[in-house]
Design a protein around this ligand. Sequence first.
Ligand SMILES: [Mg+2]
Length: 395
Amino acid sequence: MIVHVDMDAFFASVEKLDNPELADKCVIVGGISDRGVVSAASYEARKFGVCSAMPMYRARQLCPRGVFLAPRGSRYKEISRVVMDILGSFSPLVEQVSIDEAYLDISGCEHLFGTPRDIGGRIKEKIREQTGLTCSVGMAPYKFLAKIASDMEKPDGLVVISPDEAAGFIESLPVDKVPGVGLVSGMALSRMGITTLGDVKKYGETVLVRRLGKFGTRLFELASGIDRSSVAPTRPVKSVSSEKTLAADTRDKEYLKTYLLEQAEDVGTQLRQKNLRAKTVFIKIKLSDFTQVTRQASLEYMSHSAEMLYTAASGLLEAYHPDRPVRLIGLGATDLIDSQTPVQQDLFSDSSRRWEKWEKVESALDAIRRKYGKQGIARAGGWKDKDRPPGKDKK
Ligand SMILES: [Mg+2]
């Protein structure tokens, strides 16, 4: 799930926070000369038709009794930092898009903080506690939908579009709500008889590209439930991992490996989404008496290949002889570098070519999964039935 957090009328709200006398006033922040433009308008001022980016002289005409203030950038930045730190405590994947707006990827954080709705509620609560301000939160399986969701119940909103609801929502979504659809493309679309994102599918991608250029492809993909944009964290990710507490404690290594394979796939996918490669893989094991052990190994090549992660991790598991049954197993990747960084590779060795092939295969799998969902395709090893009880503990 992707979360979009947007502070409500941010600059105007900060002014009200710092000066309680402004509480119920129309507060308008921006360039206060007549040549300036509005940066933010409180909700009271919006009732008069004032909105951001409007020329200031127009705002004064619409709302003559408003309080007009010049922006205090450093104060806004100070509060922005508090907000972004709060968001960082929910997920390592935070992409700040402006001073008062950010995306978070909370995939995998559910076990820490509860359902998406719980997480959204806690984000709002913490921001209100620590800054005294409200924000609107939108949550959805796609980035573009999360942004639309945060706008739906502003101010102080919380809108969750579950993965089950997403397709229906996309189908009936007015195209002019889609980020990127402006006046010109909006007119082109309405000439084609397209009013909702669902209507887009009446046309093939080629036609859309001919009429709208590159944006045609994007629109076609969004209508088909494909959003290639992911949350690009503005702070570095130190490690990526996945773990599972087992239904019953076990010493059965083959059974444990089925989890490692699944976790390697999960970690590999996360690395590829974040454009990262790992130098080190680790396994984490918690035993029945809650002692915790980690073992790590360097990878032969910096990689984001699940196959490579799994091979290294299962080797670590083989070499480890636990003195008690295992209750939790996890796999992680660390020593991460940006995928774009050139990697020294031995071009002529067979093993290097083998891993390169795996990386290509897995990128193809990602594309299929983006289109058909996680169940669209799975590796043969992953089909081992998890319902099979683990092997008996040998004393
Ligand atoms: Mg805002």
